[in-house]
Design a protein around this ligand. Structure first.
Ligand code: BES
Ligand code: ZN
Ligand code: ZN
Length: 511
């Protein structure tokens, strides 16, 4: 799908179809030519109306916000995607202050909206629409600044393609998408993009490194686990960020077996790791000026005679012991070891883990929203605000000390499941917190994407199946941090090096 900008007036652009937005039910603007048809179809400017004879599709949008533009272009193109047309034209739609971001949102919407996963269909529906031409003639009559608009289209294309790659990987079936396959995808990525390096720890290395929690989760599976470390170094290393991803390639629940209905779709339990992998892909293609690492815990939670059991006590990489109360609470075990490894080996300024961690998050926030957990409310808010431009939904969840009691174990340092279902996302987050070292406590965010990672019924820019949740949010967060730094504004986490350097003279002064 190619998205181009044209200086020509809309009427002079040759294309097979035209897409027109109706903003806030305003039916009187220069692009609207089919008032008679509107009254025939009783169309009042909300939803989608495709007029096949006129070769025009109308899409009602609430306003010119990024989300409306993104979702609008996605639903418009989806409505005509089965037709034998190869090009679509539309006007520019943007708010005065947001031309770059608006073009970014339009290209994201087009590429994300037309995605479909067809690998296993004998008869594949071809994607006919190959080109979207956006005229600089605009709804608000203001001309977009070409450079900014083109940059927006380029950024949006990179971010959306990385999201679609994430969707392809998550949609791939569990018999094919094993931990080894994830390691191969990571290796391939580092071969495609020279600024990305990749290191793989196989099961023998994981044993040497005493990753007792992660290894236990994978021990019943014929597909051995991998720890995958990707790193990207941008032109400046102003900030060193690590994303730790849960990559459970299939979650049967283990011996605490999931009921069939709940097991279905658990190929998507690798979504956190896949989001991290593709966020780093986009960051490298966008040449972001940070050092970004991704640590992926790739493992299959299977059943069998070798399976780890409720009542087992595991010794984690951090040496803390864990009493297993439920083998279906496996993601936190994988993350515990991956988080410890990342803190020890990478020493980042900021750690973000991302995971389809709890069903409780879906119950609490719904299928469209992810949770932001952590110990630093300012950092949670910063992520909330800066990731907003992505169109992904987030909600901040706060810990409290009473919940921590629920993870106490009689025989080990902590148990992997609380003794109540209430507050399940928070207790899962508090379990992870146990593996965060003191110096990282307020430099850590945990994102629970269990709700939006897999889509049962299409919504927004998402067809059913994997959504690629987390890719856009992470990349927009990084872009937002970069903007703040460029503008000389403060960000919540300062680089650790600087913080330490700032602290030491004070100490001397006090002495
Ligand atoms: N992978 C699941 C969480 C999940 C549920 C993701 C639904 C997406 C949709 C996770 O490993 C799990 O099973 N968690 C348990 C924890 C419980 C046993 C403490 C849960 O949420 O029920
Ligand atoms: Zn589970
Ligand atoms: Zn899981």
């Amino acid at each position: 799908m190619k998205i181009t900008l044209s200086e020509k007036k809309l009427s002079q652009i040759k294309a097979d179809y035209e897409l027109i937005f109706i903003v806030d039910k305003n039916l009187n603007n220069e692009f609207i030519k089919d008032q008679n048809e509107f009254s025939f179809y009783d169309y009042k400017g909300s939803g989608v109306l495709s007029l096949n004879e006129q070769k025009r599709v109308y899409v009602g949008i609430k306003d010119l916000s990024l989300s409306s533009l993104r979702d609008g272009v996605a639903s418009g193109l989806r409505a005509i995607s089965a037709f034998k047309i190869s090009s679509v034209k539309m006007a520019s739609y943007f708010r005065d202050d947001a031309d770059k971001m608006s073009f970014l949102a339009l290209s994201e919407g087009a590429i994300l909206g037309l995605y479909s996963y067809q690998k296993y269909k004998s008869e594949k529906k071809e994607q006919n629409i190959k080109e979207l031409i956006i005229s600089t003639q605009s709804y608000t009559k203001q001309k977009p600044k070409n450079k900014k608009a083109l940059l927006g289209l380029e950024y949006g294309t990179i971010i959306a393609q990385a999201t679609n790659t994430a969707r392809d990987m998550v949609n791939e079936t569990p018999q094919n998408y094993t931990p080894k396959r994830m390691a191969k995808d990571a290796m391939d990525l580092s071969e495609q993009i020279p600024s990305i390096k990749c290191e793989i720890l196989d099961e023998k290395e994981l044993q040497k490194q005493k990753m007792g929690a992660l290894l236990a989760v994978g021990q019943a599976s014929p597909n051995p686990p991998r720890l995958i470390h990707l790193s990207y170094k941008g032109a400046s290393n102003a900030l060193k960020i690590v994303i730790v991803g849960k990559g459970v390639t299939y979650d049967t629940g283990g011996l605490s077996l999931k009921p069939s209905d709940y097991m279905l779709t658990m190929k998507a339990d690798k979504s956190g790791a896949i989001a991290a992998l593709n966020a780093i892909r986009a960051a490298a293609l966008l040449k972001l000026p940070f050092e970004i690492h991704a640590v992926l815990g790739a493992v299959e939670n299977a059943i069998g005679s070798k399976a780890y059991k409720p009542d087992d006590v595991l010794i984690s990489h951090s040496k803390l012991s864990i009493e297993i109360k439920n083998t279906d609470a496996e993601g936190r075990l994988v993350l515990a070891d991956a988080l410890s490894w990342a803190q020890e080996n990478i020493k980042p300024d900021l750690i973000i883990d991302i995971a389809t961690l709890t069903g409780a998050c879906v119950v609490g926030l719904g299928e469209y929203t992810s949770g932001i957990l952590g110990n630093n409310y300012d950092l949670q808010s910063e992520f909330y605000k800066l990731s907003k431009a992505s169109g992904e939904f987030f909600s901040i969840l706060e810990f409290n000390e009473h919940l921590r009691e629920l993870l106490k174990s009689d025989i080990a340092d902590i148990s992997n499941a609380a003794n109540t279902r209430y507050g399940g996302s928070l207790t899962a987050g508090l379990f992870l917190d146990k593996f965060i070292k003191d110096e990282y406590k307020d430099r850590w965010l945990h994102l629970d994407i269990a709700g939006p990672a897999y889509v049962n019924k299409a919504w927004g820019v998402n067809p059913s199946g994997a959504s690629g949740a987390g890719v856009r949010a992470l990349v927009h967060y990084f872009l937002g941090l970069d903007n703040l730094i460029q503008d000389g504004k403060d960000i919540v986490i300062s680089p650790l090096k600087q913080k330490i350097a700032k602290k030491s003279p004070n100490k001397k002064a006090i002495k």
